[in-house]
Every structure is written in C-alpha cells, then in structure tokens.
Design a protein around this ligand. Structure first.
Ligand SMILES: *[C@@H]1O[C@H](CO)[C@@H](O)[C@H](O)[C@H]1NC(C)=O
Ligand SMILES: *[C@@H]1O[C@H](CO)[C@@H](O)[C@H](O)[C@H]1NC(C)=O
Length: 366
C-alpha cells in the first residue's frame, strides 16, 4: 500500500483526462464480490441455468422496476455496500458493459446456486463455481492492468473491499438437498462442517494471494428459518432444528478460521460478519424491526409462500417493506438494509475484529 487513496484518485483522474473520457471516474475504493445468490448481481443471466432471477416480480422495487438477476425485490447486500462506499453498484463480471473505466469500480463474480464445494448446486448445471470465480478475478486483473498498468492495477486491488458470501448452499443444495444425499452418507454433520471449513480456508488464502487485503466474510444465515425450510420441514412454524444445528456448527468455526488466518498473516485481512445473529434479531422479533412477518415470504406459494419459485403467477405481498423475506430463501431489500447497517456499525458480537465503518476510517488514514 504505497500510495494514499488521494494519490490513486489523482492518478486515475489524470488518466481519465488523458483518455478524454466523459463519464465520471470511480472515486470510491473498488469493490469485489464473490459467492452465491445472496450477492449475485446478475451473472446467471448470461448462463444456461435455472438459478436465475431475471423475470418479474424480481426487481419490482429496483430503481428501474425491472428484474436484473438480483434475488431481491430491490437492492441486494452488495448494492447497499456500494452505496455506503459512495460507489455505483458493481456490474456482474459476465456483463458486456463491464469494460473500460467501469473496471475501476470493481466487479461482481457471484453466481446463484454455488457453494464452497464444487458439487454444490450441481442441479443448476451451468453456474460459476468458486474456482472459476477466482480465475475470472485473475482475468479481470489482467484486463485492468492493460487499462491502467500493472502497478495501478495492483494498488486498486490491494485497496479494494472484498465481500465473500458462501456456505448456505453447501447445506441446502447439497447435504440436505435430498434425504440420504451422497454427502450426508459420506460425512456426519460435524465432519462435513470441518471439511467445508478446510475448503473455505483454501478459497480465502487464494483471495489473499490474488491481492485482496480487506475481505468481509459472511457466515450463513439461520438456514432452518427461511420460508422454504418452514414449508418443507417445519411442523409448527418453528425454525427447523437440524438446519439450525448445521448453521450453529459452521458459523463459529468460520469465525475461528478467520481469527487464525489473521493471526498467521499478522494483519486483519479477513473480517467476520455474524449474519446468523443479524438475521435472528429480526426473525425473533419482526415487529420491532417494522416487519409484519419473518416467516412468510412476500413472493411465492403454498405454506409460508415457501414452495417453488417466485414468479409472475405467485402470490405477492402488497408492501415489500413489511416482509423480512422477499422469496423463499432471500431477504427483502429492507432486511438487506438492516444487515448492511450491522456490517457498518455493529458491535464485536456482529463484526469481528471490527465493523466496516472502523475499517473504512482506518484505511482512509493509512
Ligand atoms: C474443484 O474444481 C477445481 C477445478 O475446477 C479443482 O481445481 C479443485 O481441486 C476442486 N476442488 C475439490 C475440493 O475437489
Ligand atoms: C462500530 O462502528 C461504530 C461507529 O459507527 C463505532 O462507534 C463502534 O465503536 C464500532 N465498533 C467496533 C467494535 O468496531
């Protein structure tokens, strides 16, 4: 981290002038996103897969009121983080619009359906699994390098914020996808969790090797409480205990992994976000967050609106802001805003070793 952010900005502005570019230059730090549908900004729109959110009513509350591939009624978590960075939303890496100076904003490599393991989400066929997301990150850096030169490119990546959201699908779309799944016959739950953590470690170390220096890593939400699982597995409307057990084994071990990695590296490269607790707050007490329900999805059908996909034929709630869940698996924009406000300002119980506002403040001074 040789140059200050101001020096970088000056250099970028100078380049923009040289290049005679009319559009505004990225002034905020760059932002890179890896993971699954919770953070996919539309990569799957470009792929032959069923894991997509590119038809109405997805996007009904997006600024354009059209579907974009985001699994939300409006903005998703990366969009709201971009807002906090004072940046425009990152484009999906597969978007043809991601070229020229748009590369300076960063990129979103996430793909709905994927997990830590390559065999997670196999039923979705053509999705961008993590090894490929990391290859695309390398390819991105080569493209950036041709635009601004290798030194600037390196600096932009080192100074960027990175978000990684993985793990939910390794349970929901793998271990628990069907009774007696291959993975559940191979591993007991505690052994499966250890295996996931050991694979996750390789992914995080590879990100660091590729230049990431501030990586926000979110644990899984309360997997047993999503409307899909209430519909499928719950008899009484309570969160499914087996999936809750999976999340409560996985999340503390992920937090421990992050502490160990930072200790070994000797710097706070990785930041753990306790997504489980952030969700549980409004799931346990929806009314105090302004939600009428945290059990029923806004868009869907069947019990809890938790069966099948959210489509134009689904039942749709009139006011998306009063629902914690938009569809059977994904939070509404309002819930996403609550989660990101915890990323920004949450206490050490939520954000460890520190929250994002502290990170942004520290890095601005560095
Ligand atoms: C996942 O696939 C990649 C290649 O796409 C491979 O390098 C890697 O070893 C695989 N991971 C596991 C755990 O099999
Ligand atoms: C989190 O952010 C707030 C400011 O938004 C700050 O006052 C607080 O000390 C931070 N907490 C931690 C643990 O970093």
């Amino acid at each position: 981290m040789a140059a200050s952010p101001t020096a970088l900005l000056t250099a970028l502005l100078a380049m923009a002038t040289v290049g005679n570019l009319a559009a505004p230059v990225a002034a905020a730090r760059a932002f890179f996103v890896f993971g699954d549908s919770l953070v996919d900004n539309g990569n799957n729109n470009y792929l032959a897969t069923t894991a997509r959110a590119d038809s109405p009513p997805y996007g009904i509350d997006f600024p354009t009121h059209r579907p974009t591939g985001r699994f939300s009624n409006g903005l998703n978590i990366p969009d709201i983080i971009s807002e906090k960075l004072g940046a425009e939303p990152t484009l999906p890496y597969l978007s043809p619009e991601l070229r020229g100076e748009k590369l300076l904003v960063g990129a979103n490599f996430a793909s709905a359906g994927i997990g830590i393991l390559n065999d997670t989400g196999l039923q979705f066929v053509n999705i961008v699994r993590i090894p490929r997301q990391l290859e695309y990150f390398e390819e991105y850096q080569q493209r950036l390098s041709s635009l601004v030169g290798p030194a600037q490119a390196r600096r932009l990546v080192n100074q960027a914020l990175v978000l990684v959201t993985l793990g939910g699908n390794d349970f929901v779309n793998n271990y628990y996808l069907v009774p007696f799944s291959a993975r559940s016959r191979q591993f007991t739950l505690p052994d499966y969790v250890s295996y996931l953590i050991s694979e996750y470690k390789k992914i995080l170390l590879r990100l660091q090797e590729l230049g990431a220096r501030r990586v926000l890593v979110t644990g899984t939400g309360p997997l047993g409480c999503v409307p899909a699982e209430l519909a499928l597995r719950s008899r009484d409307g309570n969160c499914d205990p087996e999936l809750q057990r999976a999340a409560s084994l996985f999340n503390p071990q992920l937090a421990q992994l992050i502490r160990n990695l930072n200790r070994d590296i000797g710097a706070d490269v990785f930041i753990a976000a306790n997504a489980f607790s952030m969700h549980m707050d409004f799931i346990t007490n929806p009314q105090s967050y302004g939600f009428v329900t945290s059990k029923v999805a806004c868009c869907g059908q069947g019990p809890y609106n938790g069966i099948g996909l959210c489509t134009i034929a689904s039942s749709l709630c009139p006011n998306r802001n009063t629902y914690a869940f938009w569809d059977a698996f994904h939070p509404s924009e309002r819930a996403n805003r609550i989660i990101v406000s915890q990323f920004m300002a949450g206490s050490v119980n939520y954000m460890s070793p520190m929250n994002l506002s502290t990170v942004l403040e520290m890095d601005a001074r560095a």
